[in-house]
Design a protein around this ligand. Structure first.
Ligand code: PLP
Length: 390
């Protein structure tokens, strides 16, 4: 089986880089390698292509180019959004709200703010993995500085009511940050339509290069920079610009915007077929988040009685790449916070595997995936020391 075609079903962890993106980046590194901040012609040539790429990213978000700050990725964007917005507020508001589903890129900066004396409150989700709008609306108030809610959960794929919340929060002077890292490329994205003040995306989740992200900062929203030492990005993020990365990111945004609707529909059909086949063969499986609207590519499944990590390892041996939750926690064997938040037991949470499909996956892939899954489930029921590694 090890020589069989590999099936990559972990697109929420990262995506392969599109060939058009690679071509653009290679071209950038060979021909426009000037420093965009230099005043000479080489610098100005670099500045022109850099700003053209910014315009592409801005257009993808429905923002003005001046509202886009480039960062080193989704993690930095979320950190800058949360810490930068809270740090720039000088009106004495000291409460921060975040959803129970937030990625560590948001929850850790919030924890940092708690250590500095902010009151940080976690908003609950319902059994389908969707933020409880009633509880969230009740928590808003004149002392809230910032609300951070992701648009789509990385673990479950569930879509959160960001627009409704922003509509209620903004008139109360509350800044709204949205982690849209997993929604980008899987849902139409428009910052004005969402009504948020800050929004984070990451290039490597949309077939662009790793180590590149963007933070949308609505015009007029003050932001305290986290990285100091230069005037780049309108003094919101210091450091010589990652020119090839940004050019690649711009192309990735253009490509995904062009293919979005077709992909969303195709991936939705693929996932529906996958879950149908899966439940036929494993009727005891629990599809986490299935009761809520979800981005079309993500299927988080608990296999009661099994260990998700063992199942993922067996799948890997059989040529299938999946994840057991947040990729950055893959070594830690901790239950997913998102699954605990929606009421799964610790055992059910540890029994979960996340399948996340993408552009390269076909219907044949997923039928083969389900066949391999059968085998992986059988192998995962055997005591680990009795297991034969293929
Ligand atoms: N936010 C969410 C929801 C994510 O899924 C991730 C990455 O998995 C991040 C933030 C961090 O993005 P990056 O890997 O670009 O730092």
């Amino acid at each position: 089986m090890s020589s069989a075609r590999r099936i990559y079903a972990d697109h929420n962890a990262t995506t392969p880089v599109a060939s058009e993106v690679i071509d653009t980046m290679v071209q950038a590194m060979t021909s426009v390698w000037g420093n965009p901040s230099s005043l000479h012609r080489d610098g100005q040539a670099a500045r022109r292509v850099f700003e053209a790429a910014r315009a592409k990213v801005a257009s993808f978000l429905g923002a003005n180019p001046s509202e886009v700050v480039f960062t080193s990725g989704g993690t930095e964007s979320c950190n800058l959004g949360v810490l930068g917005a809270a740090g720039a507020r000088k009106d004495g508001r000291r409460r921060i709200l975040l959803s129970a589903l937030e990625h560590h890129a948001v929850s850790e900066p919030c924890r940092h703010l708690a250590a500095q004396g902010y009151t940080v409150e976690t908003l609950p989700v319902d059994a389908s993995g969707r933020l409880r709008l009633d509880a969230a609306l009740a928590a808003l108030g004149p002392d809230v500085a910032l609300l951070s809610v992701m648009l789509a959960s990385n673990d479950l794929g569930t879509i959160q009511p960001v627009r409704e919340l922003a509509q209620a929060a903004s008139p109360q002077g509350i800044l709204v940050h949205c982690d849209a890292v997993q929604a980008a490329g899987k849902l139409p994205l428009n910052v004005r339509d969402l009504g948020v003040d800050l929004l984070s995306i990451s290039s490597h989740k949309i077939y662009g290069p790793k180590g590149l992200g963007a933070l949308y900062v609505k015009r007029g929203v003050p932001l305290a920079p986290s990285i100091l030492g230069g005037l780049q990005e309108q003094q919101r993020r210091a450091g010589t610009e990652n020119l090839p990365g940004v050019l690649g990111f711009g192309v990735a945004c253009d490509l995904i915007a062009g293919r979005l609707y077709a992909q969303v529909e195709r991936l939705g059909r693929l996932r529906a077929r996958f879950e149908e086949l899966l439940l036929q063969r494993h009727p005891q499986a629990l599809i986490n988040g299935a009761g809520a609207p979800r981005i079309p590519n993500t299927s988080n499944v608990s296999f009661p009685g099994l260990e998700g990590a063992m199942l993922a390892i067996n799948l890997d041996h059989l040529g299938v790449a999946v994840s057991t939750g947040a990729a950055c926690l893959a070594d830690a064997h901790l239950p997913s916070q998102a699954l605990l938040a929606l009421g799964r037991t610790r055992e059910e949470a540890l029994a979960s595997v996340r399948f996340s499909f993408g552009e390269g996956n076909t219907t044949e892939d997923l039928e083969e995936l389900v066949n391999r899954l059968d085998l992986a489930v059988q192998r995962s029921q055997i005591a680990p020391d009795a297991m034969e590694v293929p």
